[in-house]
Design a protein around this ligand. Structure first.
Ligand code: PBG
Length: 327
């Protein structure tokens, strides 16, 4: 059997190539920090910045120029309190930011909002705390999540992405959005989200690390999934699909290719993967040390997500990848 015949000529290699990353696949995360003037590089994520309210539009403009289809927004408000009030305010940071992007750029780029409370609470957990159970109160958090979703939609968000891993969140948001006239706004659920060490750099970027106290754990293991569980990973996504999620997600991505493939084989919904902060930082660190080639490594990883079954990728590499891709 001669398999090398088709590898000899690069044009023929292109003809038989099974998977490509295109600009249509890429979503760029954008961190917006209230009160910041200009931009601030995140030490654990070289090349990625927190942007002030006077500079994030430049970042969005750059994404548009590069042909990226969507940004996903994360906010770092000045005010952090026990219930995440800034996220529940129509004049809050994310609502203001979405309005500004839409006023400036219209439909040139889709705006996705991450819907969670960890960046908005003083304890850093993803919702309202139940001190007796020493965790986030599921149903109380569903109620405020509905409010947050409607605020995002009213501000002009094109898609809402709940990332808090509360049970029943998709059903609750669908109901909340529909009853306020936002039946047309899709929900991209972080449907399978693991309690992962790969989120470390993000918590620097979003200033959202959970704070340890007598009545709260310093991790999110009471709501995010155990990294060891593959069957539960599928169940989580299938339940969100049943609740009405328009797009499912696996997060993190790189160490969870098996999960991506399994979910893809068991759903007809589009599947997003989140190439998270720690995955980005590992690649950057190796490249900056001269240990590996940044561009080759990045494209290999992104292509592998497509091979595993991803339809779209949230990645901090999105801008770098878009610069390399010609389509
Ligand atoms: C909010 C949220 C997190 C990420 C996206 N949305 C952090 C977390 O769960 O602590 C992580 C993204 C990344 O690591 O790049 N809940």
């Amino acid at each position: 059997m001669n398999l090398r015949r088709l590898r000899l000529n690069s044009n023929i290699r292109d003809l038989v190539r099974e998977h490509y990353v295109t600009k249509n696949d890429l979503i760029m995360p954008v961190f917006i920090k209230e009160g910041l003037d200009g931009k601030n590089e995140i030490p654990s994520m070289p090349g990625i910045y927190q942007f002030g309210e006077n500079s994030f539009l430049d970042e969005v403009a750059e994404c548009i120029d590069l042909g990226i289809k969507a940004v996903i927004l994360f906010g770092i408000p000045k005010l952090k309190d026990s219930c995440g009030s800034d996220a529940l305010d129509e004049e809050g940071l994310i609502a203001r930011s979405v309005r500004k992007i839409k006023e400036t750029f219209g439909d040139k780029i889709a705006v996705i909002t991450d819907l969670c409370f960890c960046e908005f609470t003083d304890h850093g957990h993803c919702g309202i705390i139940n001190p007796h159970l020493k965790t986030v109160d599921n149903d109380a958090t569903l109620e405020i999540s509905k409010k947050q979703a409607v605020i995002h939609a009213k501000a002009g968000a094109d898609m809402i992405a709940p990332s808090g891993m509360m049970d029943g969140i998709v059903e609750a948001l669908r109901e909340g959005l529909d009853s306020e006239g936002f039946k047309h706004i899709p929900i991209m659920s972080y449907s399978t989200k693991f309690a992962s060490a790969f989120y470390g750099p993000f918590r620097d970027a979003a200033e959202s690390a959970p704070v340890e106290s007598d009545y709260l754990p310093k991790d999110r293991k009471t709501y995010q999934m155990d990294v060891a569980n593959a069957r539960e990973a599928l169940l989580e996504s299938l339940i969100d699909q049943e609740e009405g999620a328009d797009i499912l997600m696996v997060k993190p991505a790189l160490a969870f290719m098996d999960v991506i493939k399994t979910i893809k084989e068991n759903t007809l919904k589009p599947l997003c993967v989140y190439n998270v902060s720690g995955e980005y930082s590992m690649v950057k660190a190796a490249a900056m040390n001269g240990w590996m080639n940044y561009e080759a490594l990045m494209m290999e990883i992104l292509t592998s997500f497509k091979r595993a079954g991803a339809d779209m990728i949230i990645s901090y590499h999105s801008k770098d990848a878009a610069k390399l891709i010609q389509n």
